[in-house]
Design a protein around this ligand. Structure first.
Ligand SMILES: Cc1cc2nc3c(=O)[nH]c(=O)nc-3n(C[C@H](O)[C@H](O)[C@H](O)COP(=O)(O)O)c2cc1C
Length: 368
């Protein structure tokens, strides 16, 4: 199986299955000298952890990260940082039936068609649990970006039809509400909606928004390594994400050019845009404005309702899925989106180092 690596200069490789002994991430390309310890990574992992509230699966994982390499005396050494998270709450027996049939909305059928063999316990590599490994790796990217003053902030914008109100935006609420919404009122409404979903043996989808601030202009390349193309790949690689949009996104298709263009202006000797319909990226290159995008998540595919499907012998059957599942994926995926965005930006920053002679000269001709 190939395809477990993301990034060119700041690169992660994730490994492990949902119900194996452990999963983890190797992060290559981390600059030496970044202050790093397990607690700093743990802050990100705790935001993804299951079993925390009524909106998440009751599967309880400690999700304690262990740093196995690449850090000495509290600083990165420049060598690969290897991270491991032990699985401690596997209920593999819940999944034995899945070996014989294909769960609707899951990768069971396609995995079998491709590999002819699958680790059916909790979805193996296709499990949402794989994202714990990316969050561990992405946390290092986010910590690196903080050194440069770059702020990556993802949050829940909607759960089903419940949307946040811009006027209520409260950043702290992202970290304090079970929905990860920056709007406490909307969060309460979302809790109601999910209670009804659960009672109805159903699930809901939603939207994660992400804003990246203090990003310099010039990140991304104009052809195959466009910043928006790489963000799209990063975000669409997260299970259950069905659409990605930058700035005004799909709405731009219904507007006139005169409405959609962002006029340029001068402020304090600097070029700025009067509006930001573009979402901070023009021609695949960051323009120095806030980069903003959205990820659209489908409803959790595992639902308690009876569903119609097919087994491996080709019989049509009715099933009831056992196991512990999130009634909505979005709140736990917020930090996954944030970390994948951080990884993409860290990679673009390092790739940009050689774009101009003046930058190369100032690096190699520096005094110290
Ligand atoms: C953080 C996270 C948690 C997830 N938790 C669950 C879950 O509890 N139950 C479930 O059925 N799917 C869950 N998923 C979604 C499935 O992994 C995903 O829908 C499935 O592998 C099929 O992939 P696709 O939706 O991209 O086609 C989760 C995804 C993420 C990102």
């Amino acid at each position: 199986m190939s395809g477990s690596t993301f990034g060119r200069f700041f690169q992660i490789t994730t490994w492990g299955e949902s119900h194996g002994p452990a999963l983890g991430c190797v992060v290559d390309g981390v600059p030496a000298g970044i202050s790093l310890n397990e607690d700093m990574i743990q802050w990100y992992l705790d935001r993804r952890k299951p079993g925390q509230n009524a909106m998440a699966t009751p599967r309880k994982e400690d999700d304690r990260v262990e740093i196995l390499s690449g850090v000495f005396e509290g600083k990165t050494t420049g060598s690969p940082v290897s991270l491991m998270i032990r699985n401690t709450s596997q209920h593999s027996a819940d999944y034995t039936e899945i070996a014989t049939y294909y769960r609707p909305g899951h990768a069971d059928y396609t995995f079998d068609q491709k590999y002819g063999f699958r680790d059916y316990r909790g979805g193996g590599r296709s499990s949402g649990r794989e994202t714990a490994a990316r969050v561990a790796g992405g946390a290092i990217a986010a910590i690196f970006l903080k050194e440069l003053g770059i702020d990556v902030c993802a949050y829940t914008e909607a759960i089903g039809p419940v949307q946040i109100k811009a006027a209520n935006f409260d950043r702290e609420a992202i970290y304090n509400t079970p929905s990860c919404m920056p709007d406490k009122e909307a969060s309460k409404q979302a809790e109601e909606l999910l209670r009804a979903c659960r009672a109805n043996k159903d699930s809901a989808g939603g939207i994660v928004a992400c804003r990246i601030n203090h990003l310099p202009a010039g990140l991304g390349d104009p052809v195959f390594e466009k910043l928006d193309a790489n963000l799209a790949k990063a975000i669409l690689s997260i299970g259950a994400v069905k659409a990605f949009e930058v700035g005004d996104g799909y709405v731009a298709a219904f507007k006139r050019g005169s409405e959609n263009n962002d006029a340029f202006a001068m402020r304090d000797g600097k070029v700025i845009k009067a509006t930001n319909h573009a979402g901070g990226i023009l021609g695949g290159i960051s323009d120095g404005d806030e980069v903003c995008f959205r990820a659209y998540f489908k409803p959790t595919p595992s639902i308690a309702r009876t569903q119609h499907t097919v087994n491996k012998d080709g019989d049509e059957i009715d099933i009831e899925i056992k196991g512990r599942h999130d009634p909505v994926i979005v709140p736990r995926a917020v930090v996954v989106v944030e970390c994948m965005a951080a990884l993409t930006i860290a990679d673009a920053l390092l790739s940009n180092m050689g774009s101009q002679l003046s930058g190369i000269l100032s690096f190699y001709h520096r005094e110290n």
